[in-house]
Design a protein around this ligand. Structure first.
Ligand code: ADP
Ligand code: DP6
Ligand code: CO
Length: 352
């Protein structure tokens, strides 16, 4: 008896222009376009195995060893359904293909980094889920097609199907058919850019991204200003900066957009706080580091950004890591250093 099983992995991506807000919660259509960098580090990935078998009684999912319910009509169910229907097209065109689209699937996924802690586990998770099913079903689907499906699992997941610098164009179609990710530039275009991950806390966040952004859409006047008057210009400017390898502009826009996203979270009723004192101390450190450089006639050397959680991601040209890592270790002596990844559990203060 043949075994139909495939394992793939997908990395996280961390946005420079943040997605925060849906205009359609079922299809996961955003209120603004966004742009991110996909991290190629081995230690921030979801690895997912999918298996199809006629003896299974239903579709099931295990996340980090624990079974998660697949809710009918929910996001995971939608991704599985869409992937089965692509498989059905292959079977209809080739009658000799086994009818895998009719078999239930068991999906088993593991994240090698904190889940639901603001390090984009939903992005890596749904990108890995969709790509493992694409491998299981031997689909000829393009990354953009898979992006469109993973978007319906978690919006940010649509960007993890591509490496390098990736835009999620919000689109205008009511059915979401033009809302998917596209590559702005491959990683090889600007390989000097590195991401330093500072794990401030691996606790599960108090407000999920899904619930948080919904509350923002319903209550924040600042969000309306952001989506109409701020993001469109920023999207254009950051793409130009990436293509020109202009780190100064890339960094300034990235930090401004992180700040505005957290301002919009604060503008939500009741307010949402994703950063903590350590997050803010790291901002102060990077601001000071850049100020000293610019004062001495140099350029902006590093950009901080925070997703919906307290953990910092610092984008910087590789040459600066040898300054930034010791700097952070000096102010956060309790930090543990892994490769290009710092664990900063606990608190510390840094004065400007
Ligand atoms: P994060 O900041 O980590 O993306 P979110 O609140 O956006 O946090 O999403 C977390 C949720 O994403 C988890 O509770 C789980 O439902 C889903 N998720 C995370 N990892 C995976 C995975 N590997 N496979 C499937 N779903 C996942
Ligand atoms: C702050 O993609 O996790 O990380 O679509 O509801 O699953 P859902 O939300 P999610 O939101 C990500 C928000 C963010 C910014 C970003 O990644 O662009
Ligand atoms: Co998420």
């Amino acid at each position: 008896m043949a075994v139909y099983q495939a394992t793939t992995s997908a990395p996280v991506n961390i946005a420079c222009i943040k997605y925060w807000g849906k205009r359609d919660t079922k299809l996961i259509l955003p209120t603004n376009s966004s742009l991110s960098v996909t991290l190629d580090q081995d230690h921030l990935r979801s690895t997912t195995t999918s298996r199809a078998d006629p003896s299974f009684s239903k579709d099931r999912l295990w996340l980090n060893g624990k079974e998660e319910e697949i809710k009918e009509g929910g996001r995971t169910a939608t991704c599985i359904k869409e992937m089965k229907s692509l498989r059905k097209q292959v079977e209809d065109a080739n009658p000799n293909e086994p009818k895998l689209s009719t078999y239930p699937v068991h999906i088993c996924s593991r994240n090698n980094f904190p889940t639901a802690a603001g390090l984009a586990s939903s992005a890596a998770g749904f990108a890995a889920l969709v790509s493992s099913l694409a491998a299981l079903y031997a689909l000829p689907a393009s990354p953009s097609q898979l992006s469109l499906i993973s978007r319906q699992g978690s919006g940010s997941a649509c960007r993890s199907l591509f490496g390098g610098f990736v835009a999620w164009e919000m689109g205008t179609a009511a059915d979401g058919s033009d809302s998917y990710a596209v590559e702005v530039a491959p990683q090889s275009h600007w390989p000097e850019i590195h991401a330093l991950i500072c794990v401030v806390s691996d606790d599960k966040k108090g407000t999920s991204s899904t619930a948080g952004m919904q509350r923002t859409v319903e209550t924040s006047p600042l969000l309306q200003h952001r989506i109409k008057h701020v993001v469109p210009e920023r999207m254009k400017a950051i793409k130009e900066a990436i293509l020109a390898k202009d780190f100064d502009t890339f960094a300034k826009i990235t930090m401004q957009d992180s700040n505005q996203f957290h301002a919009v979270a604060l503008d939500t009723d009741p307010p949402i706080f994703y950063m903590n004192d350590v997050s803010r101390a790291i901002i102060a450190l990077i601001v000071e580091y850049n100020r000293l450089s610019v004062e001495n006639g140099g350029k902006v050397k590093a950009a901080y950004t925070y997703d919906a959680g307290p953990n910092a991601v610092i984008y910087t040209p590789k040459e600066n890591l040898k300054e930034i890592i010791p700097l952070i270790l000096k102010y956060f002596p309790q930090a543990e250093k892994y490769n290009d990844h710092l664990g900063l559990f606990g608190t510390a203060s840094v004065d400007g």
